[in-house]
Design a protein around this ligand. Structure first.
Ligand code: URA
Length: 220
């Protein structure tokens, strides 16, 4: 079992495989899907690992699947996801773009819907962390974009709120990756649906991302 798992999991973990034993996103998904000793897995319809193009250099990390994502098995397919797709399109990116330069890969820090869409606990996030790190080791993103406070705090270790951190470049130290990965925190699209006036901040952050991609030859 992985670190911190005992806080979040119960029952028998015998027979499950570890993240390091997975050598593709398909294997990672299958291994996560088999974690029936983890309470959130038992309650979920689907394990929601990723969507988009695994060849992309841009990894978007959200918080956790909601109702729609649990139904469909893919991250960000509800209203917030539709807004996210529009935001990406505004800077020439898309999860379904075939060209890896224009594509993104999308995941979350938690792979199952928490009941009632409650906030994930530290133990649940700790349980998922080695699996998220493995996804990053397999896809080697050149830049990470975190959506909202939860993934930003998890991946940067910064306790400040998202309104303080958004738009300011950070670095993520990912176990198993040689170098820190540049990380840009952005506002969560669900927050933007509730607070449309904040879309101007999101637009600034999208332009910051676009400038980075142009400068580093990715996503253009
Ligand atoms: N919100 C998230 O953070 N992730 C999803 O997949 C959907 C909504």
């Amino acid at each position: 079992m992985t670190a911190n798992a005992s806080d979040a999991a119960d029952g028998d973990a015998a027979g499950t495989i570890s993240p390091d034993e997975c050598h593709s996103l398909q294997e990672l998904h299958a291994a996560l899907d088999a974690l029936h000793h983890f309470p959130l897995r038992r309650m979920a319809r689907h394990t929601v690992l990723h969507d988009g193009n695994p060849q992309s250099r841009i990894l978007l990390v959200g918080e956790a699947p909601g109702r729609e994502e649990d139904l469909h098995g893919r991250p960000f397919v509800g209203r917030a996801g539709q807004l996210l797709d529009k935001m990406l399109a505004a800077i020439g990116l898309g999860r379904h773009a075939e060209d890896p330069q224009q594509a993104v890969l999308i995941t979350n820090v938690l792979f199952w819907r928490p009941p009632g869409n409650r906030k994930p606990t530290d133990a649940e996030l700790g349980f998922c962390a080695p699996w998220l790190h493995r996804l990053m080791q397999l896809t080697r993103p050149q830049v990470i974009v975190t959506l909202g406070g939860t993934p930003t705090q998890r991946l940067t270790g910064q306790p400040a709120g998202i309104l303080r951190l958004r738009g300011k470049w950070q670095e993520a130290q990912i176990p198993g990756l040689d170098a820190p990965v540049p990380l840009l925190p952005m506002l969560h699209p669900a927050y933007l649906l509730r607070q449309p006036a904040q879309k101007r901040l999101a637009w600034r952050d999208l332009l910051t991302l676009r400038a980075f991609l142009d400068e580093h030859g990715a996503g253009s």
